[in-house]
Design a protein around this ligand. Structure first.
Ligand code: CDP
Length: 204
């Protein structure tokens, strides 16, 4: 089974998807980490590096490895977030990463999170969730996570939201049939319980 969790930055996707995977005994797939890995390579080696995204050896798990290098922390910086969002507009990058994601998910049970899981990567996913929260709430969460200023995070987030929603290829949007969950004011446990209920419903 595939559970697709999409939504904008800071909606709580990673925390919720990880916890839901644990609760269900499914494997967690962080598709954003792949775009971040390509973004990091583009920052280091220029745009041409992202044209060769299909040649990168990206390993996800407790640590994120790119061609054997541990980039787990490096890819979370605001600079790499911005670079990821930029390379994510490139259809060749998207094609290469979508293929890697589909290969990974071709067997077993997955909770996959990103921007286009329910729309492009796994349109047949049995459960689709679109997580949202108000921009202020999302910025507050991300600032707390990074230990930085909320206003600065809100500025970066607004830019990245616009870039993700307005891009030509696979813009961020709720998939047909996705259950929209606004996580403002909800606890992680509440959201995970809702997702587990949806999975149980889909199994019946
Ligand atoms: O954690 P956060 O939501 O801030 O970002 P992320 O999920 O790690 O994704 C980083 C960037 O990669 C996003 O801003 C998107 O531009 C891009 N992305 C995408 O285009 N498609 C995905 N399935 C996942 C991420």
């Amino acid at each position: 089974m595939v559970v697709a969790i999409d939504g904008p930055a800071g909606a709580g996707k990673s925390t919720v998807a990880r916890a839901a995977a644990r609760a269900l005994g499914f494997t967690y797939l962080d598709s954003g980490a792949m775009y971040r890995a390509v973004g990091l390579m583009a920052r280091r080696h220029g745009g041409a590096a992202s044209e060769r995204a299909d040649e990168l050896d990206i390993r996800l798990g407790d640590r994120v490895l790119v061609n054997g290098e541990d980039v787990t922390e490096t890819i979370r910086s605001p600079e790499v977030s911005e670079a990821a969002s930029k390379v994510a507009t490139n259809p060749r990058v998207r094609e290469a990463l979508v293929q890697k994601q589909r290969e990974l998910m071709s067997s077993g049970d997955w909770v996959a999170e990103g921007r286009d899981i329910g729309t492009v990567v796994a349109p047949d996913a049995e459960v689709k969730v679109f997580l949202t929260a108000s921009p202020e709430e999302r910025a507050r969460r991300r600032a707390a996570e990074l230990g930085t200023d909320v206003d600065m995070v809100l500025r970066d987030q607004t830019l990245r939201d616009a870039q993700d929603m307005e891009r030509e290829h696979s813009p961020l949007t709720a998939a047909p049939g996705a259950v929209e969950l606004d996580t403002s004011g909800l606890s992680v446990d509440d959201v995970v319980d809702r997702i587990v209920d949806l999975v149980e419903g889909a199994r019946r």
